[in-house]
Design a protein around this ligand. Structure first.
Ligand code: OSB
Ligand code: MG
Length: 369
């Protein structure tokens, strides 16, 4: 398949509510939308880098640079037979996984459309519905947190993730557990602790959390091993896992018992599939992480979460949880049993709204024929 042209748009969308984590607050979501054209067909991908390098070193600006100067010229220069080739082909570019993943996703979409199959089929998905949960940012008070959890449960979410940081952890999680004794609960620290905090983190064991996500440094696998040995609660790694090799190492070392797969963080859907397979071979369950995606990234994530080893709730909530109006139609709406239906139309299976996309575009560049 030869790509005729590539368009990269820098977008900004207001979130329905500010999202606070241990590393900062986001009120507006910036991202890049990549559109690749092959004849009459268009494929879409989303680069999940943020405006600031707080979750990872990548930003919309660094990703724009990598796309413009390396990935897009490479895509226009030579064809691919299958989008799964691109991961290996782009290994010459060190890192910049979010930039790669956005371009790769657009290629998967256009390729799947050309085959007349859905993204889920293209990836080997087996589920008609993806199991999903909700990730709640840090709230101003425990009372406000309990209200947000109640609203999420009321809405039908079967798993709630609570963001924690030093000073906003044991007491808050304990209060939520007391109010919701049987709810599937987890906590995400986004690297806010060190191994010295092990005694404090051990207190979370009392609350029967499904997992604690990325408690230690964003680039650590070794200390997580030491912490996991002391905790009853399974550790899930997010920030530390950037490749199938990292996943294999973390599993073999015993640094985690669960892995959160974000295509952007690991360099794309092909790398995500490989991590999924490695985890499945080792009996390690996975779930799809979220980066407050628009409907474009969300559609790709839902397709990925239809693979068999995505047995835990993913951070893929319905469109309205993030945005007043999404970029796609139909929007993602929560179904029964805390699921989102996996689209079965060609490619991402949802229509990208051109006017809506134009309305949120700050800048765009198109290269090619
Ligand atoms: O750590 O999982 C994270 C959002 C931005 C950056 C990092 C994370 C998150 C979330 C939100 O938790 C998940 C979602 O998209 O709903
Ligand atoms: Mg996380």
């Amino acid at each position: 398949m030869q790509i005729d042209s590539v368009e990269v748009r820098h977008i900004r969308m207001q979130l329905t509510a500010p999202f606070e984590t241990s590393f900062g607050v986001e009120s507006d979501r910036e991202a890049l939308i990549v559109a690749v054209r092959v004849g009459e067909l268009v494929g879409y991908g989303e680069v999940v880098a943020s405006a600031a390098p707080l979750y990872s070193y990548e930003t919309v600006q660094t990703a724009g640079h990598i796309l413009r100067d390396f990935l897009v010229p490479d895509l226009l220069r030579r064809p691919f037979e299958h989008p799964a080739e691109l991961d290996g082909r782009w290994a010459f570019i060190r890192g910049h996984n979010m930039a790669k993943a956005g371009a790769e996703a657009a290629c998967w979409d256009v390729w799947a459309r050309a085959q007349g199959i859905s993204m889920a089929q293209a990836l080997g998905g087996v589920k008609a519905e993806a199991l999903v949960g909700i990730s709640l940012g840090i709230q101003p008070s425990i009372e406000a947190t309990l209200e947000r959890v109640a609203a999420a449960v009321e809405r039908g979410y079967g798993r709630v993730k609570l963001k924690i940081k030093p000073g906003w952890d044991v007491e808050m999680v304990g209060a939520v557990r007391e109010a919701f004794p049987t709810l599937a609960l987890m906590a995400d620290a986004n690297s806010a602790y060190t191994l010295d905090d092990a005694p404090l983190l051990k207190k979370l064991d009392a609350f029967g959390l499904t997992m604690v996500e990325q408690p230690l440094a964003y680039d650590d696998i070794f200390d997580h091993r030491k912490l996991q040995a002391q905790l009853a609660t399974p550790i899930c790694l997010d920030e530390s896992i950037h490749s199938p090799a990292h996943a294999a190492a973390a599993i073999e070392l015993g640094s985690c018992r669960i892995i959160n797969i974000k295509p952007g963080r690991v360099g794309g859907l092909e790398a995500s599939r490989r991590i999924h397979d490695i985890c499945a071979e080792h009996g390690v369950p996975v779930w799809c992480g979220g980066m407050l995606e628009t409907g474009i990234g969300r559609a790709h994530n839902v397709a990925l979460a239809s693979l068999p080893n995505f047995t835990l709730h993913s951070d893929i909530s319905e469109s309205a949880r993030y945005y007043h109006q999404d970029l796609v139609e139909p929007e993602f709406v929560l179904g029964g049993n805390s699921t989102l239906a996996v689209p079965n139309g060609p490619g991402i299976g949802v229509a990208v709204l051109a006017e809506r996309l134009d309305a949120v575009t700050l800048a765009s560049q198109r290269v090619g024929r």
